[in-house]
Design a protein around this ligand. Structure first.
Ligand code: SF4
Length: 247
């Protein structure tokens, strides 16, 4: 990134240039733009294979960050290992919760039953802020169709002084499935059981026909996002809250 150009102006220009581009062109542009300052964040969930395959085609050594909350379905961890091997990804990094913070605030591992926001903060938002701190920009696999809260999701987003990139933001579920079939990508083992957005085991249920893809996440709690895509991450990425936060 050109240091003299404000990040917000850069994001505006990138959206002007690439918001209608296809996903592989967006990924190529981001690699060119951010170089070694680029990473990806993946849940290795139901739709993750498509973006990871596109990344592997262009830069298999790109750092891929995975939030190892220690609350995942065993099937997700098996799927992660399968995708890493089949796609040839060479730099997948597990981001772990801080053990002292867990000991202090979730010694029994049951915080998700009583305070989901605090649990997500400990197990997702804070570890992601630590893991993403050395990077200027990162890919996510979020799509507009997944939920009403994502209808206006842009390709390039400003997060503090960093950039979040959503190459598949305008893709439909049908496009994802067509791409998966064309490239013979494996499906998540739970996808056939109605799980269409897959996160931690205690906070994920299958969805019914006609429900939002993400309706099975934190179902019944009023919570729709874990914080890694909200202002909590930006908060932890500010220098005063994160020693390694200077991008
Ligand atoms: S999704 Fe559930 S188990 Fe996972 S970090 Fe959030 S509250 Fe905890």
């Amino acid at each position: 990134m050109q240091p003299e150009q404000p990040v917000c102006a850069r994001v505006h220009k990138l959206n002007q240039l690439y918001s209608e581009a296809d996903a592989t062109a967006i990924i190529a542009a981001a690699i060119e733009e951010f170089g070694a300052g680029l990473a990806a964040v993946s849940s290795f969930g139901a739709d993750s294979a498509v973006l990871l395959h596109m990344i592997a085609q262009q830069l298999p050594s790109l750092p891929v960050l995975f939030l190892q909350t220690n609350k995942h379905f065993p099937a997700t961890l098996r799927y992660q290992a399968q995708l890493v091997q089949e796609l040839g990804l060479t730099d997948v990094r597990d981001l772990l919760p801080d053990s002292a913070a867990l000991k202090a605030h979730d010694p029994l591992g049951a915080l998700c039953l009583t305070d989901k926001d605090c649990c997500c903060d400990l197990r997702k938002t804070q570890p992601l802020a630590q893991g993403i701190a050395p990077f200027q920009a990162w890919f996510t696999g979020r799509k507009q169709f997944q939920a009403a809260t994502r209808r206006d999701l842009p390709v390039f987003e400003l997060v503090g002084q960093r950039v979040r990139i959503n190459p598949l933001s305008r893709w439909s579920a049908q496009q994802l499935e067509a791409y998966r079939q064309k490239h013979h990508l494996p499906t998540h083992p739970l996808a056939g059981q109605g799980y269409r957005s897959i996160g931690c085991m205690p906070c994920t249920r299958p969805v019914d026909e006609g429900e939002d893809q993400r309706a099975g996440r934190w179902s019944g709690s009023g919570k729709t996002e874990c914080g890694i895509h909200l202002s909590g991450l930006e908060h932890y990425l500010t220098p005063q809250n994160n020693k390694g936060a200077q991008p």
